[in-house]
Write a protein that binds this ligand. Structure first.
Ligand code: CP3
Length: 344
């Protein structure tokens, strides 16, 4: 029998109080995270230090009692495991070696080789599955192939994913070859997280919204379907959450087309619209604007209530529409949780 609230929602159960967790819940808005990160040295050292990565994963669980913990790692560890150079520039974000040619694609390491780099992440999962409270669900994750490819092609985050769109238009064979390589690696990476104790996995497609029409179907929907199908074949009982961020109208039918158990919604869609068009097919997650974690007050309370109410007739996991930002006030997180759980 399913007991954990997150697993109940993912199994399609409507609950009087929706379970809650928060994207980037382990992060720079928390003083205890900043302290552990300083101890680790830098962000990547923290990701690969299993004890400290488990520690920062547990910090928001201790402070707030969220219903789920998300593994502390990053979507860009997969490119690194495939052989890309990766580093983070403080205050700016990630930098990677670029990949735009067949020769660079051929130079990536074989899928089997990724575990040499990613073993510490599986160890983090094992530590967490021992140490988390029995009511807390452990979520593993990876980036979706399109989103990961946008960073690998450009060598950094880009406002409009221009370099990835350009490669798609100019050298479709290399572009599609890269997506296939990331898809295969992601399946094996998530499988190992599940073997280590992840109870749910989430696929982050942060830049899905820049794919339009047939491109969305080919490069957001289809890779997510492939990953989900491969995992379901091996682990039929492990729920999958898909997050095609800023998909807009393309949220409709996403769960059916990909086989995911839950669709995570960004705050660009109205909860009432999503309840009618997306939740009708199953569990949804979201979708409070993360800016409320900075501004707080009555607007936070009212918007939280409105989202809970809009999704109250079906399975729902409360979350933000995107990650919490470093300038957020930890008190506002407490106020959001209190509002969701008190039902008033
Ligand atoms: O949600 C969690 O608490 C789990 C851990 C997690 C991180 N990144 C830690 C992190 C998860 C699930 C991610 C996913 C991720 N990483 C995404 C997809 C989700 C999204 O936000 O759209 C993307 C696009 C990345 C790539 C990435 N990592 C960028 C662009 C940046 C720099 C931007 C920033 O916020 O600084 C990161 C760094 C990063 N990943 C941090 C954290 C806590 C901040 C690093 C630090 O401590 O300096």
């Amino acid at each position: 029998m399913v007991e954990k609230t997150i697993l109940k929602a993912l199994a399609g159960e409507t609950q009087a109080v929706p379970p809650i967790w928060m994207m980037r819940q382990a992060g720079r808005y928390l003083p205890e995270y900043r302290a552990t990160r300083a101890e680790a040295g830098d962000f990547l050292s923290l990701c690969y230090n299993s004890d400290l990565a488990a520690e920062v994963t547990l910090q928001p669980i201790r402070r707030y009692g969220f219903d789920a913990a998300i593994l502390f790692a990053d979507i860009l560890l997969v490119p690194q495991a495939l052989g890309a150079d990766l580093w983070f520039v403080t205050g700016e974000g990630p930098r990677l070696s670029t990949l735009t040619s067949q020769a660079e694609l051929d130079a990536l390491k074989p899928t089997d080789a990724i575990h040499e780099t990613l073993n510490p992440i599986y160890e983090t999962v094992r530590i967490l599955s021992r140490e988390l409270p029995s009511e807390t669900t452990l979520i593993g994750f990876a980036g979706a192939p399109w989103t990961v490819a946008t960073y690998m092609i450009a060598g950094r985050g880009t406002p409009d994913q221009g370099p990835a769109h350009a490669l798609k238009d100019e050298n479709r064979a290399v572009f599609e070859g890269l997506l296939d390589r990331i898809t295969d690696a992601t399946i094996e990476y998530l499988a190992m997280q599940i073997e280590a104790g992840a109870e749910v996995v989430k696929i982050f497609d942060s830049w899905a919204g820049s794919l339009k029409g047939a491109d969305f179907d080919a490069y957001a929907l289809e890779p997510c379907r492939k990953i989900t199908a491969a995992l379901k074949a091996r682990y039929p009982h492990i729920p999958v959450i898909g997050f095609p961020r800023e998909a807009g109208e393309k949220y409709i039918g996403f769960a059916k087309a990909t086989g995911v158990d839950c669709v995570a919604l960004d705050s660009g869609v109205a909860a009432s619209w999503a309840a009618e068009h997306v939740q009708a097919d199953g569990c949804v997650q979201g979708n409070l604007a993360s800016s409320h974690m900075v501004t707080g007050g009555q607007a936070l309370v009212e918007e939280t209530r409105a989202i809970v109410e809009a999704f109250s007739k079906g399975p729902h996991i409360f979350n933000l529409g995107h990650g919490i930002t470093p300038d957020a006030d930890p008190e506002n997180v407490a106020l959001m949780i209190e509002t969701v759980r008190s039902g008033k």
